[in-house]
Design a protein around this ligand. Structure first.
Ligand code: PNS
Length: 167
């Protein structure tokens, strides 16, 4: 059983994330998409809501090919999750050169903490190379059209969060 974990903030999931999920889902027998805490960011909605949106997006956009993909919320280190689940790899997406330095640091530190777990990078599809959750949130905050950037489930989630602030 080749299992991988894909950690991230997913605030919210974009088509770039979904592209990585779909491709990683094909490469591994099982993929655990994990909403984790990034201490350098303050999230716009609770982790459980972000995980719920990811599950909806996978079901709606990937259909039966999403069956071996699990979505969870995890509090702690990515490597602890990887070890708990017996994962052989951590999956991350790379959009542009600007992602590289940060991702390199995380991958090296994770490898120091858990040498048996490798990080596997997916080049995000070129059509999603300039997409980020932060920019999507900014466009959504001003009622811009985000339908080409995020799955419908994420657009619905952002609308819900805007109408029920703090909920
Ligand atoms: O989507 P993001 O915000 O780029 O994801 C970053 C994330 C959540 C994967 C990273 O902050 C993380 O791994 N957080 C969990 C805590 C951890 O393991 N930190 C060590 C990284 S060296």
């Amino acid at each position: 059983m080749r299992l991988a974990v894909y950690p991230g903030s997913f605030d919210p999931i974009t088509f770039g994330h979904l592209d990585v999920i779909e491709r990683a889902g094909r490469l591994f027998d099982r993929l655990v998409v994990a909403v984790l805490v990034n201490t350098r960011k303050s999230p716009s909605m609770p982790a459980e809501d972000r995980a719920h949106i990811i599950r909806e997006a996978i079901d709606e956009e990937l259909g039966s090919s999403g069956a071996a993909i699990e979505v969870i919320v995890f509090e702690g280190l990515t490597v602890d999750l990887a070890r708990q689940r017996g994962a052989m790899a951590i999956v991350r997406g790379l959009r542009a050169l600007s992602d590289f330095e940060n991702e390199l640091a995380i991958a090296h530190l994770n490898r120091k903490l858990a040498p048996e777990v490798d990080t596997v990078f997916f080049m995000t599809g070129v059509e999603h190379a300039y997409l980020s959750s932060g920019l999507v949130r900014e466009i959504a905050a001003f009622d811009g059209d985000i339908s080409a950037m995020v799955p419908a489930a994420a657009a619905r989630g952002l609308r819900r969060a805007a109408t029920l602030p703090g909920a």
